[in-house]
Write a protein that binds this ligand. Structure first.
Ligand code: HEM
Length: 143
């Protein structure tokens, strides 16, 4: 099993230059030095975020795609000491899948209303059927 280190906030803050850049996102530590030049959002934002401590909010504000979140795995080097990321030395892949789900839920809060979205058409069909039934029932009674 792959083991990752536990870093303190001050450990991570020592790495905030173009030659050595670490980021804290969701309680995990990423060494993005090799990614700086490839980052579609530019290297400056990453270096700046590294210097500010926790980059989670900055990362979330951009609304990164699931491609971006899955790319992060390759830069993971450890976790932040005392973080509640739930990381217990298991596969970082499975943790990221869990995290991705949380991100998806945040981006798509309407997902929770899908039950009522489903019930509403059923209710309308039910009312229409009842109206049709009573209309013919009445007609039959009169004739
Ligand atoms: C390991 C960490 C990161 C990875 C792997 C990553 C990856 C990416 C990718 C793949 C994109 C292209 C758009 C997308 O697919 O969402 C992107 C865009 C961007 N990222 Fe990141 N990113 C990381 C961290 C950050 C952080 C910490 C910030 C902010 C401080 C940031 C700011 C941006 C911005 C501003 C864009 C451009 C959005 C646009 O032009 O529409 N990224 N990033």
């Amino acid at each position: 099993m792959e083991q990752h280190k536990v870093f303190s906030l001050s450990d991570v803050s020592l790495h905030s230059s173009k030659k050595d850049c670490w980021l804290i996102i969701h309680g995990k530590v990423y060494d993005v030095t090799k990614f700086l030049e490839e980052h579609p959002g530019g290297e400056d934002v990453l270096i700046e975020a590294a210097g500010k401590g926790d980059a989670t909010d900055a990362f979330e504000e951009v609304g990164h795609s699931s491609t971006a979140t899955s790319m992060m795995n390759s830069y993971l080097i450890g976790v932040l000491a005392g973080s509640d990321s739930g990381y217990a030395g298991g596969s970082p892949q499975s943790l990221n899948a869990k995290e991705e789900k949380t991100v998806q839920e945040k981006r798509n809060p309407s997902a929770s209303t899908s039950f009522s979205d489903f019930l509403m058409p059923l209710l309308i069909i039910g009312i229409a059927f009842a109206a049709w039934y009573f209309y013919y029932y009445d007609k039959d009674n009169k004739s």
